[in-house]
Design a protein around this ligand. Structure first.
Ligand code: FES
Length: 180
């Protein structure tokens, strides 16, 4: 069994390595009942819930890791997998589906080179499908980083996707220019 001194030393080591988690815990007054908002903050920072951060949260908050994982896997909003810089959600609910959502999804998949449900290799895009987003009149609906793009056609969504891809090229060019 670990001595109290050893346990404290381990916790201090953990706290030093995961200062961001300490800050999150403290912003909720170390209250384990605030586990969900704490997880939301971790996800907002990393775009997913990294395993080492969850381990640190468990140790520093004194909540079993199994309990943290059961919350993290219960809510669909949490992800244990790294996500892309841009999260693209294609609504596949009935109203959007009948208005052509599958063709929108195909177009996005082709333009961005990423399969539905996956993240591109360069970690730029995550392409997700979701059920009714509650704005059926806008269907077919695509949400990119929280921005709604309604009444899409394969052509219009391709244009939008190209703009997001272009943003990457523009950034690269600016970086290169900075080096010259
Ligand atoms: S079915 Fe797409 S928003 Fe309702």
């Amino acid at each position: 069994m670990r001595s109290v001194a050893m346990q404290t030393a381990l916790e201090m080591e953990e706290a030093k390595e995961h200062q961001d988690i300490v800050e999150i815990i403290e912003s909720y007054n170390r209250n384990p009942e605030q586990l969900i908002p704490m997880l939301q903050d971790i996800q907002a920072k990393h775009r997913y819930l990294p395993a080492d951060k969850l381990r640190a949260l468990s140790k520093l908050l004194g909540v079993p890791l199994s309990q943290i994982y059961s919350v993290a896997t219960f809510y669909r909003a949490f992800s244990l997998e790294p996500k892309g810089e841009h999260i693209i959600q294609v609504c596949m609910g009935t109203a959007c589906h009948v208005r052509g959502a599958p063709r929108i999804l195909d177009q996005l998949s082709r333009t961005l080179g990423v399969e539905p449900g996956k993240t591109s290799k360069d970690m730029k895009f995550t392409l997700e499908t979701v059920n009714c987003l509650g704005s059926c009149a806008l269907g077919p609906l695509v949400v990119i980083d929280g921005h709604y793009y309604g009444k899409q056609t394969p052509k219009s969504i391709e244009k939008i996707a190209q703009q997001y891809k272009g943003e990457k090229k523009a950034k690269k060019a600016a970086k290169k220019k900075g080096k010259d």
